[in-house]
Write a protein of this length. Structure first.
Length: 243
């Protein structure tokens, strides 16, 4: 009987020692190389010990896996909720245009455009690159100029609302061609201004504004933007006809 008690006590003491040494190794307080061969064979027994041991040996993999899972979830949600626009319209005038006025323009152009992606709704992305010539905010001017340069390389950005000065500037960029040919420029009339809110800021009648279709032939977009160009051409012709 005494031998059995002694053996049981020895096993309990060994298990307790193993647990303490396991904890120390996990916390970096004990170098496993200093243990003798029997002590190195520390085997976690309880569920908590096994979980601690698993996390200790796999924590870097678990952290990386968790990070990738979060990134993947964000990408999936982003793709699922991203609007599939039928086209892009860019406003680039030398005047301040309020966000409410941009919304008015969005409703106006959506009334002319077809549901080209056939999703049951016409949705146009209207990007405002305008800024007042009187502004002293250099960062604002730089940001808007970078946006317009980016959009000029976008195969979906075919239609632009411009004023006399911005139209002249864009047509002066290239010596080989006019970015906006005369036949692809329509002066906006009362039919346009009547669709905008009263008391708006920007795009007022006392200044001429134009709906313009950009040139794609002999540019970097030739061939890649043909379908977008044809869809935008229909909008331009409809506005020109006053429909």
């Amino acid at each position: 009987m005494d031998n059995k008690k002694s053996e049981t006590l020895r096993q309990r003491e060994k298990a307790q020692k193993d647990l303490i040494e396991l904890k120390k190794m996990q916390q970096g307080q004990l170098d496993p190389s200093l243990l003798n061969d029997d002590d190195k064979k520390i085997v976690p027994r309880t569920l908590d010990e096994k979980c601690d041991n698993f996390f200790y040996h796999n924590k870097q993999k678990l952290i990386i896996f968790g990070f990738l899972a979060v990134v993947l979830s964000i990408l999936i949600v982003s793709c699922a909720t991203r609007t599939n626009y039928d086209a892009t319209l860019t406003i680039y005038c030398y005047e301040y245009i309020a966000p409410e006025t941009v919304k008015d323009v969005t409703k106006w152009v959506e009334g002319y455009h077809a549901d080209t992606n056939e999703n049951g709704a016409v949705e146009i992305l209207v990007t405002d690159c305008s800024f007042s010539e009187d502004t002293d905010l250099a960062d604002t001017v730089t940001t808007q100029q970078m946006k317009i340069q980016s959009l000029l390389m976008d195969k979906e950005a075919m239609l632009f609302i411009l004023d006399d000065n911005s139209l002249e500037y864009l047509n002066s960029i290239s010596k080989d061609l006019d970015l906006f040919a005369e036949e692809n420029i329509v002066k906006l009339d009362d039919n346009f201004y009547k669709t905008l809110s009263d008391g708006r800021i920007g795009l007022e009648e006392d200044k001429d504004h134009y709906l313009c279709l950009r040139t794609v032939d002999r540019t970097a977009l030739e061939g890649r933007a043909q379908k977008n160009y044809e869809d935008a051409k229909k909008v331009l012709e409809a506005v020109k006809a006053g429909k």
